[in-house]
Design a protein around this ligand. Structure first.
Ligand code: SF4
Length: 363
């Protein structure tokens, strides 16, 4: 399976935690010029079109494009016939006309950036949408037949209480959607929160409360009928993200757009982060991945999946016994972070929260 990731690096305003490749555009011409370059880059991969099975349009905020800009971008994809085509939507910039454009061009999955339903916390994150907008977007998408809807949530936001988190999960239940991605708030460099932190004005949530919240998310989403299939991802039956599975199984994907990266036949590609440079030549560099790099990625990404890593497949593919090559895994097993079940090495429930301690073994 092959994926195509398309990056739209524009946002209406910048969230205080965000370290993605994005900017507020100076004007509409800047977006138009970018889209022209993006179409050229997409076209340069035409020889791969027939092999692409998933497309993911992320950002940034793809839904802030006008309907005309969306049509222009999606026209460039019409010779690709994926089984899954996702676009990220910010509830604030959705309009029913945009939903109809999504439908017309075969978009069949939406990733909705909600983060939390508490208006005070949303304001703290510098997000501007309302809960009514979230409900309206979901209603409209379902009414036009786009019912594969994923919602992004963030937990462990400073000031968030267990009660507020539980209220977020009640909204998830009420919205009756098919997928949830739920990440803890990470303090990233080059963000507003990081600057606040350096000035002593940002305090991360304590680890115990964060762990309790993670447990609540896992338990509640499971009780709502979601399967926990990746450390931060939950899906109703038949609704796992096929595109993201490509990343976690080290499958091939093409990455186009500012700062995007790809992975094709063992080579990682990295596009420029600077817009002027991107407009001249999208790709900054590529790197052939050697045997050890591939093995490391395969194990780290593979362990993010709840089903874990198939040890026989690793033996066949890389000619190694994982437990012998990484003897430190024995210690992680003794302290209850990993286990082997039916020939799969996997994180335990305790290990899911402390995954980084296990991943360090492979680095
Ligand atoms: S979180 Fe999303 S909407 Fe917010 S600044 Fe980052 S890319 Fe833009």
């Amino acid at each position: 399976m092959k994926g195509l990731y398309i990056h739209i690096p524009f946002c209406e305003h910048i969230c205080h935690y965000c370290d993605f490749v994005k900017r507020v555009p100076k004007n509409q011409e800047m977006i138009d010029t970018y889209l022209q370059a993006l179409r050229r880059e997409i076209e340069s991969y035409r020889a791969h079109f027939h092999t692409i099975e998933t497309i993911y349009i992320g950002g940034g905020t793809p839904s802030m494009l006008s309907t005309a800009q969306l049509e222009y971008l999606l026209e460039g994809l019409k010779d690709i016939h994926p089984i899954e085509m996702t676009i990220e939507v910010n509830p604030e910039s959705y309009h029913p006309d945009k939903g109809l454009v999504f439908k017309k061009f075969g978009i069949n999955r939406i990733s909705l950036g909600v983060q939390t339903f508490d208006q005070t916390l949303l304001k703290y994150l510098n997000r501007k949408h309302t809960n009514q907008q979230v409900y309206d977007v979901v209603d409209h998408l379902k009414s036009i037949g786009i019912d594969r809807i994923s919602i992004d949530l963030i937990y462990a936001i400073p000031g968030q209480t267990i009660e507020l988190l539980k209220e977020d999960l009640i909204h998830i239940k009420n919205l009756d959607i098919t997928h949830v991605s739920c990440y803890s708030l990470i303090l990233e460099e080059k963000t507003y929160f990081y600057h606040q932190y350096l000035r002593g004005k940002f305090e991360s949530m304590d680890e115990d409360t964060e762990a309790t919240m993670y447990q609540i998310v896992m338990d509640e989403l499971k009780s709502q009928g979601f399967t926990h299939y990746e450390i931060s991802n939950y899906a109703k039956q038949g609704h796992v993200s096929l595109h993201n599975l490509i990343y976690w199984t080290l499958g091939d994907y093409i990455g186009v757009g500012l700062g995007a990266h790809g992975f094709i036949r063992g080579i990682r590609t990295y596009n420029h982060h600077s817009l002027p440079k991107y407009l001249i030549e999208p790709m900054e560099r590529n790197e052939i991945q050697d045997h050890n790099m591939l093995l490391q990625d395969e194990l780290i990404f593979g362990l993010r999946k709840i089903e874990g890593v198939n040890l026989s497949e690793i033996r066949e593919k890389y000619g190694i016994d994982v437990m012998m090559k990484y003897p430190q895994l024995k210690e992680k097993m003794e302290i209850g972070l990993i286990e082997i079940q039916e020939d799969h090495l996997k994180l335990t429930e305790k290990g899911i929260f402390l995954g980084n301690q296990v991943f360090m073994v492979f680095i």
